[in-house]
Ligand binder design. Structure first.
Ligand code: AMP
Length: 507
């Protein structure tokens, strides 16, 4: 079982149907997509890549993303899509950890060669054109078959221990995710079009799978990112878009619609479905989104370890304003998606009664095979088939899950995950810094922003400018603290552990 067959089916049935667009420009039909992916697969195999080898994608959203993913699966390889916002040093760490051999990049994201790669290909170069040159007979290029339990996608999450962990997603995990989309999120037809506004290295890109299953079109906005005016115009030109958006992006779309006085009918022409998730959506924000843009929202809750599959709050549930518990439901993340069981448990994994708050556990075919080269972390995260998500919440009598907190110290800013420990480790290497504690502060625009409490070494003088410059040189911009608070000491408990809750209340 391999994800590559999703492409082959449509390339055989409807080779001339438009499949990929770059803005409003045609990029590839299903047939051309298969010919290019087959070409790249053949050349990667000829160059010595063997089944199970890893290839990194460290690039902004680009139509070639899709061609490279399916080429890699054609050749039996594992893809490692890396967040384009990471610092090249962070990407190099992933290259080394994954033991990746080849990397596909865009120049803006990786202007210099990344250490550790045998081959680095700029996807906008003539060399890449050559690698992706279509073969006339795609069917003659053998598909290197994989088993359902083989890894297809190595998804690096930010790590609680300061280093990211590679989540091993198998062909079966991603097939399950794809099929579930039609049941729990949205039916899809060949007339549909998915727009990749959020990063393709994450959930947005993963949703290419159900859309290819259904033979829909895929559009990468010309800007490669989130520009509300561009997205509205694209939807009007191509037909209503489906898109995955973190709550921050939803907010920007709604702001745009409101500021330009766009009616719900205009939104309906531009957007079929906006799937949101990845970070908490405040009830007031989704209520406003529904009011301004109409009933075109679906919420999902999942995590890299069970990609896009956990719970879902459907379009109907969101729109059912007359339901006596509508307000609570809007503040929830919905009910278990079809292929998984969801329960709330104590620290020993024993189920808690309805209404009690505990850790959220998920079991089913979407749950990862484990963390790459990290058996201890895998054993701690998945016990007896149950994924311990680190999220804290409670279930109501109807099975709706409401998240309360995260047991991990994760900060989610604009839909991107930031583990405080990672930022703390960098700050602790800045000259003159004695101690630091990083926490998230609530923020109307970003959901949360990073705030660093810093204690200077005695007699050292530390300035905000120095700290910021230090962070800029070593980590992704989005992880940098938005605010520094210089303090004489950090609040600690008897064991010397910093009391982060106290710091959060100070904010
Ligand atoms: P990631 O592994 O990057 O997908 O991040 C997953 C984490 O994001 C989850 O463990 C949750 O803490 C959070 N998250 C995902 N979806 C939602 C949602 N719909 N509402 C609130 N938090 C969410």
């Amino acid at each position: 079982m391999s994800l590559v067959h999703l492409l082959l089916r449509h390339a055989r049935q409807t080779p001339d149907r438009p499949a990929i667009l770059h803005g409003t420009q045609a990029w590839a039909t299903h047939g051309q997509w298969a010919q290019r992916s087959a070409g790249l697969a053949q050349r990667m195999v000829a160059a010595g890549l063997v089944p199970g080898d890893r290839v990194v994608l460290f690039m902004r959203n680009h139509p070639r993303y899709l061609e490279i993913l399916w080429a890699a699966w054609w050749a039996g390889l594992v893809v490692v899509p890396v967040n384009a916002k990471l610092h090249p040093r962070e990407a190099e760490w992933i290259v080394a950890n994954a033991g990746a051999r080849w990397g596909f990049v865009t120049h803006d994201v990786a202007p210099e060669p990344l250490a550790g790669l045998e081959q680095q290909i700029d996807v906008e170069s003539a060399a890449c054109d050559g690698l992706l040159a279509p073969v006339s007979d795609a069917w003659a290029v053998p598909v290197i078959e994989r088993d359902a339990q083989d890894v297809a996608w190595l998804f690096y999450t930010s790590g609680t221990t300061g280093r990211p962990k590679g989540v091993m997603l198998t062909h079966r995990n991603l097939m399950t995710m794809g099929l579930t989309y039609f049941v729990d999120v949205d039916p899809v037809t060949t007339e549909d079009v998915i727009a990749y506004a959020a990063p393709m290295s994450h959930g947005a890109g993963i949703y290419a799978i159900p859309h290819l299953m259904a033979g829909a079109r895929h559009v990468v906005p010309a800007s490669g990112g989130v520009d509300p005016a561009e997205l509205f115009a694209l939807g009007e030109a191509l037909g209503p878009l489906s898109t995955f958006a973190a709550p921050t992006i939803v907010k920007r779309l709604v702001d745009h619609a409101e500021q330009h006085g766009l009616s719900a009918d205009t939104s309906a022409r531009a957007f079929k479905t906006i799937v949101y998730g990845g970070a908490p959506m405040y009830a007031a924000d989704i209520a406003r989104a529904l009011r301004v843009m109409g009933p075109r929202f679906v919420q999902i809750y999942g995590q890299g370890e069970t990609p896009m599959v956990g719970t879902a709050l459907s379009r109907q549930q969101l729109a059912d304003t007359t339901h006596p518990r509508w307000a609570e439901r809007m503040a929830s993340v919905g009910v278990a998606q079809t292929p998984v069981q969801v329960r709330v448990a104590d620290t020993e994994g024993r189920s808690l009664p309805t209404g009690e708050v505990g850790e959220v556990l998920i079991k089913g075919d979407s749950v990862m095979a484990g963390y790459w080269l990290n058996p201890e972390a895998s054993a701690a995260a998945v016990r007896d088939g149950w994924l311990f998500t680190g999220d804290v919440g409670c279930l109501d009598a109807d099975g709706f899950l409401t998240l309360k907190d995260r047991s991990k110290d994760l900060i989610i800013s604009g839909g991107s995950n930031i583990y405080p420990r990672e930022v703390e480790e960098v700050l602790l290497t800045a000259p003159g810094v004695a101690e630091v504690a990083v926490v998230g502060a609530p923020d109307a625009e970003w959901g949360e922003v990073v705030v660093a409490f810093v204690v200077a070494q005695s007699r050292a003088s530390v300035t905000t400018e120095q700290l910021d410059a230090h962070c800029l040189a070593q980590m992704a911009r989005f992880k940098r603290p938005k605010r520094y608070v210089l303090v004489n000491e950090l609040p600690k408990n008897n064991y010397g552990k910093v009391l982060k809750t106290e710091l959060r209340t100070r904010l």
